[in-house]
Design a protein around this ligand. Sequence first.
Ligand SMILES: *[C@@H]1O[C@H](CO)[C@@H](O)[C@H](O)[C@H]1NC(C)=O
Ligand SMILES: *[C@@H]1O[C@H](CO)[C@@H](O)[C@H](O)[C@H]1NC(C)=O
Ligand SMILES: *[C@@H]1O[C@H](CO)[C@@H](O)[C@H](O)[C@H]1NC(C)=O
Ligand SMILES: *[C@@H]1O[C@H](CO)[C@@H](O)[C@H](O)[C@H]1NC(C)=O
Ligand SMILES: [Zn+2]
Length: 433
Amino acid sequence: MDCMWTDATFILFWLHVYTWLPGHCHLYNNRYDGDKVIRIVPKNDIEAYELKALYSKLQVDLWQPSSLSYIGKDTVTDVRTSNNSSQTLLTYLRNSNIQHTILVNNLQKVIEKQNVSGTQRYRRSLSRYNYEEYHSLDEIERWMHHMNKTYPHLVSMFSIGKSYEGRPLYVLKLGKKASRFRKKAIWIDCGIHAREWIGPVFCQWFVKEALNTYHLDPSMKKILTLLNVYIMPVFNVDGYHYSWTTDRFWRKTRSKYRFNCFGVDANRNWKVKWCEEGASLHPCDNTYCGPYAESEPEVQAASQFLYKQRKHIRAYLSIHSYAQMLLYPYSYQYEAIPNYHCVASAASNAVHALQTAYGVLYQHGPASSTLYLSSGSSIDWAYNNGIPYTFAFELRDTGYYGFLLPESLIKPTCTETMLAVKNIALHILKKCR
Ligand SMILES: *[C@@H]1O[C@H](CO)[C@@H](O)[C@H](O)[C@H]1NC(C)=O
Ligand SMILES: *[C@@H]1O[C@H](CO)[C@@H](O)[C@H](O)[C@H]1NC(C)=O
Ligand SMILES: *[C@@H]1O[C@H](CO)[C@@H](O)[C@H](O)[C@H]1NC(C)=O
Ligand SMILES: *[C@@H]1O[C@H](CO)[C@@H](O)[C@H](O)[C@H]1NC(C)=O
Ligand SMILES: [Zn+2]
């Protein structure tokens, strides 16, 4: 049986008829049956090196971090393997005495228990949009049009280009219109990596909160009065759609170059130290940098827009998951950025603000030394092109659910992240020397 969202359900949706989809079928054609997620803790460089070779031979899917480099005793790698490969991997780990835990024993079961993929669910009309659910690309686009229409004094919407598969790349612009001066701005993008579903949820949450609290909360009023906030809820639209219809753990774009492998890592494709450390030249890898910098139309469109607006945009924020980290440049080298002092203090304040909500702890620091070295990343590109504050958020959690963060955790995750993002927005309105 086909378990995916069908045209018939779209039509029903438009008629505001509440639909109930058949629930007793396997999501994603049961492709994750027996898949395991294993956390592995190498003790040293040599173990990490050997693991890397084995990962590539077994074609495991690196969840977090997305490339393995030994960064000391805190090096942890979460990987997804098929049932078959897991036998080889587990035998190797036991024989080599490498510390490991099985985080998930059968991934298919977890997916089905969480009702991901939007089947098995009541649908609501746009005026009762549920911000505590994951939404398909079509739903998110309909919601964007709705916001554009409903809040004309605070919201506008435009497309900055087209994806590889021809979808529009929509951006919402939030802010009170100012006639006398050119406003400064913040950019927030979500969903560069398709499977990190909490990202697009946060972008939508931000818009909802901004519009709901504008009249009540003086700091939100200040932000929307003095700044424009550009929000791109789904950067990698093709990949995101694919993660709903075909492969829940798809990360890359959907372009096709060589070897019958699809997609480029949209966070390794920017024109900054392109395809050096921490990116792969192999089209089948999850960190493939692409055939050349900005080969991906999504990256090209965003970088052109940001470049044109670079004099006004004071902060670039990119929302990822998972790891609970707030990262800033550089990703490609260990050297400190020139305004390190200002950026590090903004990060530290933002993380403290986040913690006040539920006590959730975030690490913060340069991406290179906090997570791993990577080249061609959006924060490095934005920073090197004149945006003084650039951050990548890695939202909840630290691996218990990983990419399958349940919908029940959307509210706390977005609530605390909101505090951090507002803190950064208020920070850039102040002078820092
Ligand atoms: C996984 O592999 C084991 C050992 O080969 C087998 O006993 C088990 O049935 C498999 N599980 C699934 C869900 O395929
Ligand atoms: C897993 O292993 C079994 C037995 O070795 C084999 O028949 C099966 O095709 C393998 N499945 C996959 C997906 O490789
Ligand atoms: C999944 O959907 C079923 C049927 O609506 C519901 O009973 C169950 O509580 C849902 N599970 C989760 C984790 O939301
Ligand atoms: C947003 O609304 C304005 C005003 O109604 C309209 O001109 C514009 O085309 C809309 N944007 C999109 C992308 O539909
Ligand atoms: Zn990511």
